[in-house]
Design a protein around this ligand. Structure first.
Ligand code: GLY
Length: 359
């Protein structure tokens, strides 16, 4: 089969790579391996990102997390298996943690509740503001940029043809570019926040949700970065700190409805630094190496859209905060669809629920 994948972020690259063993694949993107996937924190965290009311997302994310070790091994990528800590600063934040812990226990997830003092013994970089927390050993992390580099190489090695242009529209087996038309047996829309403009059924179903991150590096004589991924609630605001090799730390992320604005604001940087300092005070001694903004692909129910939009068109978009986490299960689901099979695990992501059944 001849397949055109529109979008070269983590979802498009994963789909193209996984399909390339059975099909002729072309990937269309003016800036592959960029966008939100490049800016991402790299958490593979279905449990720590969970919240009551999002049970389907927890189950979908957990199923994809189970595929991650095999996916990473096939790529030759290391996973960060040191686990995740959730920390709470004030009393209201601790209350939010109670809600999360209760919800997770009710769903049979392994969580250990600790006081601030106990948590600091496990993660000495945490400051005195941290009152209590959870340890979630199963949630992992990955270096998103190394992931993108490897996915691009594997896709190239497997014969995927890259076209460095933007797509204007996708219809049944037809992908329109600015100056040419690609015809295919199957078109896969995996253009993240830009997917909504590519097919009429997706208009209003996928929207941009802006996120800013910081990258910092511990200087000589500064306290070392955390050894776990740390997610924290500070006065009801969320922040996460993800350690990387070379004493690097990714701090994220703001979340705004700001259309297609991809500029970093001074207020975003200030907020992230303030929140990070309240959790890991040592960060103020670090070098600030990068500030970046990306656009998550939001959907109305925070679940992705993975499924058919009609003959010859599949969508794999709307992954919101979980693009990296859901990449393996999304790629497997699209591979199954290309072979005329259904992947029951992604039934909850059927696009028809948000496209009014026009799919
Ligand atoms: N996955 C974390 C974020 O979207 O900020």
């Amino acid at each position: 089969m001849n397949v055109v994948v529109v979008g070269g972020g983590v979802i498009g690259l994963s789909v193209a790579w996984r399909l390339s063993s059975e099909h002729e694949v072309t990937l269309v993107d003016p800036r592959p391996a960029g966008g939100a996937s490049w800016v991402a924190g790299g958490m593979l965290a279905p449990v720590t990102e969970a919240w009551p009311g999002e049970e389907d997302l927890l189950e979908l994310g957990s199923a994809s997390l189970a595929s991650w070790p095999g996916f990473a091994a096939d790529l030759g990528l290391d996973l960060d298996t040191r686990g995740t800590i959730v920390a709470a600063a004030d009393g209201a934040d601790a209350g939010q943690l109670d809600t999360l812990a209760e919800f997770l226990a009710g769903r049979g997830r392994e969580v250990e509740r600790l006081s601030g003092r106990e948590l600091r013994r496990v993660e000495p970089s945490l400051g005195p503001n941290v009152r209590s927390g959870l340890i979630v050993p199963g949630d992992l992390a990955v270096d998103n940029r190394e992931l993108l580099r490897l996915l691009s190489s594997r896709a190239h090695e497997a014969g995927v043809e890259f076209i460095g242009e933007a797509a204007a529209s996708v219809t049944s087996g037809v992908v329109e570019l600015a100056s040419s038309t690609l015809r295919c047996d199957l078109a896969v829309i995996a253009a993240g926040a830009w997917s909504g403009a590519l097919h009429p059924a997706l208009a209003g179903a996928v929207r941009p949700v802006k996120g800013e991150i910081l990258r910092l590096r511990a200087r000589q004589n500064a306290l070392p970065p955390p050894t776990h991924t740390v997610r924290a609630m500070v006065e009801s605001r969320a922040v996460y700190l993800v350690p990387r090799a070379g004493d690097e730390l990714v701090v994220g992320a703001t979340q705004y409805e700001a259309g297609f604005d991809e500029e970093v604001t001074a207020g975003g940087v200030r907020d992230l630094l303030n929140l990070a300092e309240r959790v890991v005070p040592g960060v103020v001694e670090y070098t600030l190496t990068e500030c970046a903004a990306g656009l998550r692909a939001g959907s109305r129910d925070n679940l992705p859209l993975i499924g058919s939009l009609g003959p010859g068109v599949v969508v794999a978009a709307g992954h919101h905060r979980n693009g990296l986490l859901l990449a393996p299960i999304t790629a497997e689901a699209v591979r199954a669809m290309a072979a005329g099979r259904e992947e029951p695990l992604v039934k909850v992501a059927d696009p028809a629920r948000l496209t009014g059944g026009t799919a």
